[in-house]
Design a protein around this ligand. Structure first.
Ligand SMILES: *Cc1c(COP(=O)(O)O)cnc(C)c1O
Length: 431
């Protein structure tokens, strides 16, 4: 299996090279040459397979040329050592909880998988790889945790000053070892722009091997399809048609769900729920893609004005708008609506959601106005405690702090402040 660049101006490369490059030399995102369906029997009998078996079957075709089966099994075992429960909310709604991992957000899966792959690829190499990553919130913690102590890999994380929650900041600034955090005086988009500039900076590239750990990296993006399949396994006996509502920012998570569908998972429709950063909902309404600067919201991991993975979704549908619209609906919601949903879920359904999950829930409710006969699963992409202030204030209840979070609360934050690309470059060169 090879990967091509969506800009079509770069050579096709094996998985290993796509992971190490992150983005193709022509600035395009990598995409697998083929996506082969798994046998129908696999989905009919999915209940008889373990999570590890499901993940192995799903990812095998994408990585098998570069990772031996036994190594892949060992990697998956390390990555998937926590649960992915589908929690019923009412008779036609459930939450897929993706926050039972070490940093309590879904990004643990992709970040750990990528870290394990990169660790495997850099065994026996002389030069070390530097992972450069911009975060709007949860990526940083997940990447820091996933890569902590991985030999031959250094990690540099850029995050926007004052725009991530206290817990998120602690998760990415307190680990030390091979992890460094840079606090950027700017927005997430500024962080992402600096990272992209670095990847194209020939002077820098001559001196170091740089790669990304954002969801543009295929090793972070593809494993996200696992939990859609795990969820499907849990609701397979549902008589109604199953739909997923995915709170979306860079659109990597939902795009991975769509790849699971291409593998044959019998789920036909996806809902991309966003906050006021509504570039995709507008696109689905007006058929015109117009990026906007990002706006700060209470669901800050989705504050993205120009979602980097949306090109992959368009590509999956060969840029045929009508076909895409048959499989994707997208709606945007304000912070006021999000807080109402948090309250409603708490008082009416006895469920404490986080702001991102609440946006996903709203997307589902909106979709159900026109498609009442569906069983909807919204992705609870982070634990509510990661957004402590907003959640506690909105539902007027104190949340217990889980042990994974308690560990970082008492540690000291360590970071360097930067404001421009030159600062970043200087930092990388001087290290
Ligand atoms: C990253 C993140 C999202 C957005 O996911 P994308 O793959 O970028 O669309 C949603 N919710 C939470 C909690 C996140 O951390």
């Amino acid at each position: 299996m090879k990967y091509y660049s969506l800009n079509k101006q770069a050579p096709n490369v094996p998985f290993k090279e796509a992971v190490i490059n992150g983005i193709a030399p022509d600035k395009g995102l990598y995409f697998p040459e083929t996506i082969s369906q798994l046998p129908t029997a696999f989905f009919e009998n999915i209940e008889t397979f373990t999570e590890l078996e499901i993940a192995f079957r799903a990812i095998h075709q994408f990585v098998a040329a570069d990772i031996p089966d036994t190594t892949l099994e060992a990697i998956l075992k390390k990555v998937l050592d926590f649960n992915f429960p589908v929690v019923p909310i009412d008779e036609h709604t459930a939450a897929l909880e993706l926050f039972h991992g070490p940093t309590m957000a879904f990004k643990d899966v992709g970040a750990r998988f990528m870290a394990q792959c990169l660790g495997y690829f850099s065994k026996g190499q002389h030069s070390e790889v530097t992972v450069l990553v911009a975060t709007s919130g949860d990526t940083g913690g997940a990447v820091a945790n996933g890569f902590l102590g991985v030999d031959g890999v250094k990690v540099v994380i850029l995050y926007p000053k004052g725009k991530v929650s206290d817990i998120q900041e602690r998760q990415l600034t307190t680990l030390g070892q091979n992890i460094t955090a840079l606090r950027v005086d700017g927005t997430f988009d500024d962080c992402q722009r600096m990272v992209k500039t670095a990847f194209l900076d020939q002077e820098l590239l001559k001196k170091m091997k740089l790669t990304s750990a954002n969801s543009i990296n295929v090793a972070r993006w593809l494993p996200q399809m696992f939990y859609f399949l795990f969820a499907f396994k849990q609701v397979q006996r549902q008589e109604k048609e199953v739909v997923f509502s995915v709170p979306s920012g860079n659109f990597g998570n939902i795009c991975a769900g769509m790849v699971a569908q291409r593998l044959g998972m019998p789920v036909n429709h996806f809902i991309a729920a966003t906050n006021r950063n509504d570039t995709v909902p507008r696109y689905m309404r007006e058929k015109q893609y117009v990026a906007k600067p990002s706006i700060a919201t209470i669901s800050n991991a989705m504050d993205v004005g120009d979602p980097s993975n949306f090109v992959r979704i368009r590509h999956l549908y060969e840029d045929n708008f009508d076909q895409l619209a048959n499989h994707l609906s997208s709606y945007a919601f304000t912070d006021v609506k999000t807080k109402e949903a948090l309250q409603h879920l708490y008082t009416e359904k006895k469920y404490v959601a986080d702001p991102h999950g609440a946006v996903g829930y709203l997307g589902l409710k909106k979709f159900r106005e026109t498609h009442p006969e569906t069983y909807g699963i919204f992705l609870e992409t982070a634990h509510p405690v990661k957004f402590l202030d907003v959640v506690e204030e909105t539902i007027a209840k104190k949340l217990p702090v889980p042990p994974q979070i308690q560990i970082v609360m008492d540690k000291e934050k360590r970071f360097q402040d930067i404001a421009t690309y030159d600062h970043l470059k200087q930092f990388l060169l001087e290290r």
